[in-house]
Write a protein that binds this ligand. Sequence first.
Ligand code: RAM
Length: 921
Amino acid sequence: MKSSNIYSPFDLKCEFTTNPLGVDKKNPIFSWKLRHLEKNEKQTAYQVIVSSSLETINDNIGDVWDTGKVLSSEQVIKYEGKELEPCKVYFWKVRWWDSKDQESPFSVVNTFETGLMNEENWKAKWITKKEHKYEVYSPDGAPFGLNYTIAYAPMFRKSFSISKKIKRARVYIAGLGLYELYINGERIGDRVLDPGQTDYKKRVLYTVYDVSKNIRDGKNAIGVILGNGRYVKEYGYDFPKLIIQVLVEYEDDSIEWIVSDESWKTTYGPITLNSLYHGEIYDGRKEIKGWNLPDFDDSTWENAILAEPPGGKLYSEIYPPIRITKTIKPIKMWSPEPGTYVYDFGQNYTGWIKIKVRTNESGKEIRIRHAELTYEDGTLNYSTNRTALATDVYITKGEGYEEYEPRFTYHGFRYVEILGYPGVPTLEDIEGKVVHTAVESNGEFICSNELINKIHHNIIWGQLSNLMSIPTDCPQRDERMGWMGDAQLSAEEAIFNFDMIGFYRKYLNDIRDAQKENGSLSDVIPPYWSIYPGDPAWSTAYITIAWYLYQYYGDKYVLEEHYEGFKKYVEFLKKLAPDYIVSFYKYGDWCQPGTVRPKDNSGELTSTFYFYHDVITLSKIAKLLGKEADYKYYSELADKIKSAFNKKFLKEKAYASIPTELSEENVKALLEKYPEDIKDFLRQQFTILSSLGMFTSQTLNTLPLYLNLVPEDKVQDVLKTLLEDIIIRHDYHLDTGIVATRYIFDVLTSYGYDEVAYKIVNQKTYPSFGYMIEEGATTLWERWEKLTSTGMNSHNHIMFGSVDAWFYRVIAGVRVGEPGWNKIIFEPHPVGDLKYAKARLNTIKGEVEINWQKTENIFSMRISVPVNSEGEVHVPKLFERFVVKEGDNIIYEKKGDLEENEKYIVIRVGSGSYNFYMEKI
Ligand code: RAM
């Protein structure tokens, strides 16, 4: 039966990407979204067909796969058809049946194209230059004392002729560390800083480009420039190298391959030194005109030589590439010293600038240096870059008008200083290029509180600045590493704001690559700094991020793919915990006010909290995957950890990290652990604590409350201690580091103290988010303190950004009720002076919206629930006497038969958009 109120599925994705090129998986994942004119609609069945040609799919024949009508509500499924062949285009479409068994039309036809799939299909060889020019930079104070071997950027070219009509052409390329690709003089694609960062000994990512329109009849030339990126000696790698394979498919169906080998030519050009941290030097005088054009005479270029392969398997992983996502203008310019020009972009961000120069003089050296801060005299303060030089140098050609922007580096900055500019530059002569992994924006949040909107703004910019194919800690200094603590704590926030599934799927593979046989993980992944074993609050990223992918994208396959890795990791933790207590920690609740290492000595509790967290999560995963024995094993293990946890840390009315009696001796010993400059602060703190007769803290009580570790009869006491600490001792300020900050807002909310949480968020005095903003922050800082010298004080860290998820879940009030947004909870919290809040999310199921407003007499909320999902709507009881309406209909009067609790009226709805009103009477 066909009907017109059911629409065909839309937004089809393969591997969570629209019409991807280069699918290497045997069983890629398909997903789609649904639309229906009626409310309360669910998918009761679907049919997917995959065909080898457009004609076949148009005839509704799935010669590669036809699922038939599958009775299922799943919208994320795995391919189970015929074995896929490499480098082939497949066509697919889907239809669905609604709750009345009405059948939708088929969706539009989508495609996916497989990659090379197997190592054997790589006919190309890794090539490089015979000798490399490089310099070694050994700055004082570089992390781990590492030098930086910085090689010049070699260029490669190959010309070839085509004599038949082309049907399809593809490039498969991996250039390490970074590459830029040209065909017949034209730059291919808009990816920058490609390929994504991995441990190149385990995994090298290659990219597929459609170049059907670039390769033409007659003579052609391919040109490639290579940069260093992370592929450097210091991380155990080598000088730049390249592998490239070009598929040319002719109209007559014959195929030809052009592959990298010793016949390729190579030389040096204008880009000499280039480094992610230090910048790029571009000598315009060394440009080789026409080097990437077919007719160029490359007889003076040397031949490439075969290179040692990097070791890692070649994979085409489909996730959003790094791109220039925006071009922004500076807002101010000044000259603090003769010949020095400083620009302010008004926003801390990542990327670089493009500069325009007018000069007939060749060899003028223009130095462009980047920084997050300025001194009072208007000069740049580069301290937060630490040893990263963050300087691009452009040497003029003298051709009258020239433009330059770098490609093998990026900087984290708000200010730019230009030296050596010929003449006086203007605001028009530079523009900022905003660069990061180009994840799609998937969430919108706004509310009536301007400070909260500003915090949200800072988090968005901070998050994007720290997506560089891996989740980095910061973008400006000699670090920019995939610290897993930062990654796991910000993941939920990132998922609310952006489409993160591809990005995190790739990162989970990086984590698995880094896992040791004994299960241990490095704090930093990819392990360019190999720091094993990771702090448990860092390594939890493996299980935690995968679990979020299941919660937010309904992706249970990712749990299957990594299940063995999770188990190995948990077994590793278990070995560290003979009595179910993990005493091992390195950072714990990192960066509490006044310190980096937890001043409340909470490290052991934090590590044990994560042990429990990971085990309980793994038990849920085991259950979901039908692994009953494992489920039993991990649930029992979790119980044992829970009792050990309480036995060890739970004192009379609170969790404490050390014995209640703080003898002078104890305090002295404790202080020994901390640096001189914070001892005074701590001594004071310890004195207060010992006078209270216990050593407790916000962190120590927040974590057990969050995971329901507290025995029922103690919950109120523990909560009271936490509230006292917040309200009396800290006047509604946080005293937490990155870990407890992630949980404290949720804990306060779940026990009904959302007003307290709201007050904390509204603070403008130290330590608070508002304080950062008052002090000029446009992203989040690494520390609660305003620090402007070198050290641990980045002004663009995302690890405190977790609060943004609370803005969505609690202020706006929209959260996952069942994995994959199968059920959505709408529960606004109109606290404090809030007048309205609004969130819009483009979820895996489709658009979810909440938009609420509060006036003196009416509370209104508009919500949208996508097809195949359910909503549980909580309308807050703001008035003593009221009616509740949906549209024009009264659905609740004084003695309503709707569910209600102390604070809310609860209404269950199916898909559709609804307007609820609570009116005062
Ligand atoms: C710093 C990083 C990061 C944190 C580690 C422990 O170096 O910037 O934010 O995870 O320390």
